[in-house]
Design a protein. Structure first.
Length: 215
């Protein structure tokens, strides 16, 4: 499958992506994960991106587009891909369209994962992420705790609260989403590519996506 996942921070795009790659072997491309790994590895991209990310602001489009062009040219994308966290602005969507035309790739579906603001705030403040960059398992202190407090079930590394998951950064990320990313819902709606799915349950989202791809 070749799909774009839209949805506010905390909508569950990461969880849904992981279920979808298990379904058909498509690759999960999370711009947030790529950027966090770049920050950790101390690359030039990481150095340029870190301040924006810690504030909950968007990294400049030009950096993102260079990074994504490189990623979409990787051979594993031939298996299909799930874009999680990209495009994030109208200019990114326009640039992506040109890039995909150049690479002769068509998108099957754009999914808008819809979720209430209270649910999102609660999910984000209780979310914990495995600190091992090759694992990045996601937990929730309320709904999906680790078996041993603070330790990843899968790899044994410490689980942490992301530096952009302080209350202030979360409020900024939601505000950034509403101003800069939500307009993409109309953008793709007008093109007839959009499917909006109520995102309370990740399983429901995945089932709805796989059904509409078969149809
Ligand atoms: P979220 O939970 O907010 O959806 P992500 O993991 O997708 O978080 O992204 C984390 C941060 O990385 C964002 O707050 C932003 O600073 C940066 N980022 C990720 N994707 C993009 C993008 N497509 N354009 C600009 N900045 C991005
Ligand atoms: Zn882990």
């Amino acid at each position: 499958m070749r799909i774009i996942l839209l949805g506010s921070p905390g909508a569950g795009k990461g969880t849904v992506s992981k279920l979808l790659i298990a379904y058909d072997g498509s690759v999960h491309i999370s711009t947030g994960d790529i950027l966090r790994n770049a920050v950790k590895a101390g690359t030039l991209l990481g150095k340029k991106a870190k301040d924006y990310m810690d504030r909950g602001a968007l990294v400049p489009d030009s950096l993102i587009m260079d990074m994504m062009e490189e990623r979409l040219k990787e051979p594993d994308c031939a298996r299909g891909f799930i874009l999680d966290g990209f495009p994030r602005t109208i200019p990114q969507a326009e640039e992506l369209e040109k890039l995909l035309a150049k690479l002769k790739i068509d998108i099957d579906l754009v999914v808008n994962m819809e979720i209430g603001k209270e649910v999102v705030l609660d999910r984000l403040t209780t979310r914990r992420t495995c600190s091992n960059s090759s694992c990045q398992a996601i937990y929730n202190v309320k709904t999906m705790p680790t078996k041993v407090a603070g330790i990843c079930d899968k790899c044994g590394s410490p689980v942490i609260q992301r530096s952009d998951e302080t209350e202030e950064a979360i409020v900024n990320r939601l505000d950034t989403y509403n101003k800069q990313t939500a307009p993409l819902i109309d953008y793709y709606g007008t093109k007839g590519m959009l499917k909006t799915i109520e995102a309370a349950s990740s399983e429901t989202v995945v089932n709805t996506i796989t059904k509409s791809l078969k149809a």
